[in-house]
Design a protein around this ligand. Structure first.
Ligand code: SF4
Length: 328
């Protein structure tokens, strides 16, 4: 399932599995299919969101496209270059053009390093830079993310979660990447801080001309930032299309359920409500034993007999809007 446009990133039939051992002493060996022939494109300058419940493969996908982990099959084309099998050395100059922001700013920053050293680290790895240029660039980057130049001498423990995510973003954009991948960039943050970080990402995208891939289970994040949405279920891309279409007129029952449950407020521990946790009927099946046919069929309210045996092909509902469902 792929679409065509002026693309910075093209992913074709990406497949990745993991070995898992269960039981006493790990005597049972299983193969988990984390990604099953996933294809999509990211147009230059656009923002694409990958959504789905925990364990659907979205973080594996983000790590595969940035070559942090290797796919088993398929191809990844970045800026017209097939990077799927590039050696580490050949990949290095391209790696500066792609960066990733991780979910948890409490664990993604080395507590022993000063903020200045953390932000400058990718620059130092990328190549020679004088200490004067390094300090100048760190000051620029801290300003871009709304921190003070003097913060470069402080340490991560001195900052709040939102400020730490700003530091992580400054580090990610230090090498002037063209592609920024954000893996649940606000889900570890207090709700009151989330909007500030989303606004910062939107501002940076416009100011730096970034192309972005955002992984999220939060519909507000997706609506705020994404031009296009990929919906994943148990390692399979089940729907892809413009954000307004996928959540306005979803073609796949899972997208419809995901959108509806993302919109219904979920009580939080403090008694307030938060509309960010997906609630679909039933639990996702174990990825160790995915259902036959359409993987969503045990939870699908409109399943028919063939859904249990036949894998649905991708169908184009309208230009750029595709789904895998026998009853789109
Ligand atoms: Fe539901 Fe069948 Fe469509 Fe799967 S293929 S989403 S089970 S109707």
């Amino acid at each position: 399932m792929a679409d065509q446009s002026a693309n910075l990133l093209g992913v074709d039939r990406l497949t990745r599995s993991f070995s898992v051992r269960t039981g006493f002493g790990g005597r049972n060996h299983h193969v988990v299919q984390a990604l099953q022939s996933v294809s999509f494109d990211v147009a230059t300058g656009s923002t694409v969101a990958i959504v789905g419940e925990s364990g659907c493969g979205k973080s594996t996908l983000a790590r595969c496209v940035t070559r942090l982990i290797e796919p088993d099959e398929g191809t990844i084309v970045f800026d017209g270059i097939d990077i799927t099998h590039l050696s580490r050395g050949a990949l290095r100059p391209l790696r500066r053009q792609m960066a990733i922001v991780f979910q948890d700013p409490y664990t993604s920053l080395d507590p022993r390093m000063s903020v200045g050293d953390i932000v400058a680290e990718p620059l130092m790895i990328a190549g020679q830079i004088s200490s004067a240029d390094r300090d100048k660039r760190v000051r620029e980057l801290l300003g871009l993310v709304g921190l003070r130049a003097a913060d470069s001498r402080r340490y991560p423990y001195e900052f709040s979660g939102g400020q730490r995510q700003r530091i992580a973003i400054a580090r990610a954009i230090s090498t002037r990447p063209r592609l920024l991948v954000c893996d649940e960039p606000v889900s570890a943050l207090d709700v009151s801080i989330q909007a500030q970080i989303l606004n910062l990402l939107a501002d940076l995208k416009a100011e730096l001309g970034l192309t972005m891939v955002i992984i999220s289970h939060n519909l507000e994040v997706v609506r705020h930032l994404a031009d296009k949405v990929l919906v994943m279920y148990l390692g399979v891309l089940v729907e892809i299309g413009p954000t307004t279409s996928v959540f306005g007129t979803p073609a796949h029952p899972y997208s419809a359920a995901l959108g509806a449950s993302m919109l219904s407020p979920v009580p939080r521990g403090d008694g307030s409500e938060q509309g960010s946790v997906p609630r679909i009927s039933g639990e996702p099946p174990s990825p160790l034993e995915p259902p036959s046919g359409c993987r969503f069929h045990p939870r699908c309210p409109i399943a028919i007999a063939r859904c249990a045996t036949e894998v649905p092909e991708a169908t184009e509902i309208e230009p750029g809007h595709l789904t895998r469902c026998h009853l789109p």
